[in-house]
Design a protein around this ligand. Sequence first.
Ligand code: UT7
Length: 337
Amino acid sequence: MNNPINDFHSPYRAVIAGHGSYIPEKILTNEELAEMVDTSDEWITTRTGIKKRHITNENESTAFLATEAAKKAIECANLNAQDIEIIIVATITPEMVFPSTASFVQLALKAEKAWCFDLAAACSGFVYGLSIAQQFIQSGRFKNALVIGAETLTKITDWKDRSSCILFGDGAGAVVLKRSEDGKRGIIYSTMHADGNSWEALNCQAYGSRYPSSKKLDDPQKIYMQIKGREVYQQAIRRIVETVNHCLDHCGLTIDDIKMLISHQMNARIIESAVKRLNLPDEKVFLNINEYGNTSAASVPIALDECARQGKIKRGDLIILVAFGAGLTWGANIIEF
Ligand code: UT7
């Protein structure tokens, strides 16, 4: 492997010092969904790779999931919550309109030193969050950052809409990024992108300032997620391939240098098509969508945590995290783990 470039000309690297995830216990299987809408296990499995998803009960909120994942990441990093200086919670299903979900996490963790905010970049939220935390660490401003992806998408799911309700699940994943001065390990490069043109392909329109709760909605469906899956399917494949290739070119690496690609889990067929174009063998691609469905911002950190805990990646391995979602947004982080 070549020595990848350091864009920041910084003596520091942002190293993944700890990771964790939290998944609600309750499971909803494809067979159970087939009793609710006109679908089948066979259709869902062949079109998406999803077999089941985990769903929150009414007492489990986004901040709760985020806090549980964060506790595990902090413990894994051998730190205390009081060591954390910034908390970023990537989510599109926040605890409230305000204050931020991150404020509730800060409170629950007693992370008194940390300032905190939410980041709404849908399925790309976690890779966006890593990129932001990376800047604070490489600039020398902070030593320890907590980045969380947490979602309760099933709370904005229309359980009568078979084109969307089969896709999504709930969960949270987190990492602690730590400043290091001793070598190459850490985030090597992050690249983030957006294109608002196709915002209508994936959205949940109420309640915000355009459709406030104080006014009657022209269409009651606006309180639910709406997706035009077919419209974004090809674009997702194209953007994943383009972004991964850009990262490799920029860092002077080849696909053979990569130990594992950890993609946002939106659809197994999308990921499989993308990795075929990238010439990546199956054993270098982590998939867990069968168990969780699409958990938006939580999907990449849950997959990263599972991949590491299963021993599929180890210290020093080169990995790529890549995501694509509503906005549209997409991005990738290339990391020496
Ligand atoms: O993370 C980013 C957010 N995620 C996405 O944007 C998802 C990306 N898109 C996808 O994953 C896929 O487009 C879907 C899984 C959503 C849909 O798969 P598809 O192969 O693109 O199906 P389609 O929408 O073209 O629909 C094919 C047929 C339609 O019937 P007709 O018109 O051909 O008779 C649908 O009505 O399948 C029908 N259909 C279903 N049938 C059984 C749609 N949903 C279902 C269902 N069960 N759940």
